[in-house]
Design a binder for this molecule. Structure first.
Ligand code: TYM
Length: 334
């Protein structure tokens, strides 16, 4: 009998155009893991609507993210690729899990604290409950592993806490998921301010590189990246801008930071930055071409997300039924 493979779940929210941070911190690792695991890769549109979205843009971005998954090398025949809102179990399970989650633990989430500082009282209840929906995403597939960037670590911890709590109150129901955070590239920093992560919601576009940025834009943004006046390519916390660029180059060329330091001994920043830009372009250009092809073939995309939703629905429904039964909700016979 075929051995049951371990399960992976991960997702990206279509709240803005994807950045190099999303690619290196998440997608690039998914591609590596797909042969070994039973993978669910989701476009988490319900998470995106925790802040206001233009409907037309949301639709476009959702399909573009699906295209980026495929164009980056995620095989739609081997993996389950789908859109979160196509599988109602996510919302249903999130409601149930909300009743096993404390206001206190949700208000301690850094992402919530940051956003509520900005938005004050007009922060949506959806942003507060966001981690519960994320826990539902993961737990309904009994995922063993969740490959994410470092910024999602706290959300993974609360998902584990909720799962353990439910298991303890009733009986073992959920697998307790582990985060899989890459050793390199777990946090790609903003090119203009290396103290914060590169983010699609950042206001200054020079701070991020988008997966779909044309080559000339990538060259311009990298050449403008903030470094320092030391003029030495060194992997050091005292040179956060340079360190970030070394990290990017290292992930993309597979050269270690030490090798990179050596290669640029006595060379200054101009050549280094130009090589970083070219490495990014080399990685992204074929993906961009494929994304454009896929976006012109909506019926193919539809075929994939329909098939994905069917499988995801079947698997997650089994977990939902278990949850309902344990809680004491009356099952209805088929
Ligand atoms: P999101 O959409 O903000 O980001 C998607 C993935 O990209 C990673 N990432 C980064 N990695 C390295 N450097 C960066 N600068 C960087 N920026 C983003 C994120 O860590 C993430 O892995 N809540 C999630 C989406 C989500 C999810 C889930 C993820 C919803 N349900 C279940 C895993 C499992 C989010 O907002 O990711």
């Amino acid at each position: 009998m075929e051995e049951k493979r371990k399960v992976i779940f991960s997702g990206i929210k279509p709240s803005g155009d994807l950045t190099l941070g999303n690619y290196i911190g998440a997608i690039k690792n998914w591609v590596k893991l797909q042969d070994e695991y039973d993978c669910y890769f989701c476009v988490v549109d319900l998470h995106a609507i925790t802040v206001r979205q233009e409907p037309k843009d949301l639709r476009q971005r959702t399909l573009e993210i699906l295209s980026i998954y495929i164009a980056s090398g995620i095989d739609p025949d081997k993996n389950t690729l789908f859109i979160q809102s196509h599988v109602p179990v996510h919302s249903e399970a999130a409601w149930l899990l909300n009743c096993y989650t404390y206001m206190g633990e949700l208000s301690r989430m850094t992402q919530y604290k940051d956003k509520s500082q900005k938005l004050g009282d007009s922060i949506s209840a959806g942003l507060f409950n966001y981690p519960v929906l994320m826990a539902a995403d993961i737990l309904i597939y009994n995922a063993d592993l969740v490959p994410v960037g470092k910024d999602q670590k706290q959300h993974l911890e609360i998902a584990r806490d909720i799962a353990e709590r439910f298991n303890n109150i009733y009986s073992p129901t959920f697998v307790i998921p582990d985060a899989y955070i890459p050793t390199e590239g777990a946090k790609i920093m903003d090119l203009q301010d290396a103290s914060k992560k590169m983010s699609k919601s950042e206001e200054n576009p020079n701070g991020y590189i988008l997966i779909m940025d044309p080559p000339e834009v990538i060259r311009k943004k990298v050449s403008r990246a903030v470094t320092d006046s030391l003029g030495i390519v060194k992997y050091s916390d005292e040179q956060p801008g340079v360190k970030n660029l070394i990290n990017i180059l290292s992930v993309l060329t597979k050269a270690s930071p030490e090798e990179i330091e050596k290669n640029y001994e006595g060379k200054g920043y101009a050549q280094f930055k130009s090589d970083v830009a070219e490495a990014i372009i080399k990685e992204l250009e074929p993906i961009q071409t494929k994304v454009k092809e896929l976006m012109a073939n909506k019926s193919y995309l539809e075929e994939i997300y329909k098939k994905g939703a069917e499988k995801a629905n079947y698997v997650s429904m089994k977990t939902l039924r278990k949850m309902q039964k344990k809680i004491g909700l009356i099952p209805i016979s088929k």
